[in-house]
Design a protein around this ligand. Structure first.
Ligand SMILES: *[C@@H]1O[C@H](CO)[C@@H](O)[C@H](O)[C@H]1NC(C)=O
Ligand SMILES: *[C@@H]1O[C@H](CO)[C@@H](O)[C@H](O)[C@H]1NC(C)=O
Ligand SMILES: *[C@@H]1O[C@H](CO)[C@@H](O)[C@H](O)[C@H]1NC(C)=O
Ligand SMILES: *[C@@H]1O[C@H](CO)[C@@H](O)[C@H](O)[C@H]1NC(C)=O
Length: 267
């Protein structure tokens, strides 16, 4: 038992010694952790630098834009967009058609285009202003794309929006903006369900025909709807109103006739 107690005391003493020693240690040690602390803040800095967005990186993440990525690269528009984005300015908006959208084009559509036309087709999907979803209702049609002139028959692009729903018409195709893939101050990327075919490259002789009709509809749309609605609402009311008295009159006439008949028969 005494041996045990001694052993315990020895261990206690040793333990205290160890604790004391290690307690002294930290005094010297802090020197090492201190330089480590500045090293940690240094790490996030490079991270922030690598977050610089690039169009093909954004689209690759989307997973269904392989054809568009290929076109962006082969035409050189990808690096042009990246430069524009990093230069700031008004930013860039990209309408990215899905692989499905490209697949639903008539076969040979892309192959029939010259390199210059391919470039124009891709630029037609790019607007040199960052347009967040909430601002589509403020854009004035036609929107000018990087393909050039927005005059009829050239590269006009019209956007109509209602809440979160945004439609695009080129005069050749109507597309729907499915969702925003990326939205930052200088770069906004939307998914569209159709390849935006410009009139300049794909418009037939008929295209200019329907185009003039569209503005008439659009310009008159609000007033027309307002004018139509009251009429539409008024007519059913008028109908019921005029029908009801008519029935009453008829009913009244019948009743009167029956009463007369009754009186006559009664007589
Ligand atoms: C583009 O961004 C992706 C990540 O989004 C990155 O992996 C790639 O290295 C970037 N490419 C360029 C050229 O910066
Ligand atoms: C967009 O187009 C769809 C038909 O594809 C239509 O139902 C919808 O009303 C349109 N929305 C706007 C805001 O133009
Ligand atoms: C686009 O909108 C403008 C202005 O409303 C109109 O003049 C033009 O015809 C429209 N173009 C197309 C392709 O719908
Ligand atoms: C696009 O939509 C307009 C009405 O919003 C319609 O008149 C036109 O025919 C459509 N064009 C195509 C190619 O579907």
């Amino acid at each position: 038992m005494q041996a045990m107690r001694r052993l315990v005391r020895v261990l206690v003493v040793l333990g205290v010694a160890v604790v004391t020693t290690s307690a002294q240690g930290p005094t010297a040690a802090p020197a090492t952790p201190t330089p480590a602390t500045p090293a940690t803040p240094a790490a996030p800095a490079p991270k922030a630098a690598t977050t610089s967005s690039n169009i093909t990186g954004v689209l690759a993440k989307g997973g269904q834009f392989n054809t568009f990525i290929r076109l962006l690269k082969s035409t050189g528009v990808a690096s042009q967009i990246d430069n524009q984005v990093s230069n700031g300015g008004n930013g860039i908006t990209v309408f990215a058609p899905t692989d499905n959208a490209f697949q639903s084009l008539p076969s040979g559509t892309l192959n029939s285009l010259s390199d210059q036309d391919k470039n124009a087709l891709v630029q037609y999907h790019v607007v040199s202003t960052a347009i967040p979803m909430s601002q589509f209702d403020t854009v004035s049609n036609p929107l000018r794309t990087q393909a050039g002139s927005a005059s009829p028959g050239e590269y006009p692009l019209n956007v109509t929006s209602e809440g979160q729903q945004v439609n695009i018409t080129t005069g050749v195709v109507n597309a729907t903006v499915a969702n925003s893939l990326y939205s930052e101050d200088s770069l906004v990327v939307y998914q569209v369900d159709k390849v935006l075919l410009p009139q300049k490259l794909f418009g037939t002789a008929e295209a200019p025909g329907p185009a003039p009709l569209a503005p008439a509809k659009k310009k008159g749309k609000t007033p027309a709807t307002v004018a139509d609605s009251p009429e539409a609402e008024a007519s059913p009311d008028a109908t019921t109103a005029s029908l009801a008295p008519a029935r009453l009159t008829t009913g009244g006439g019948l009743a009167a006739a029956l009463a007369l008949a009754g009186v006559w028969w009664g007589l």
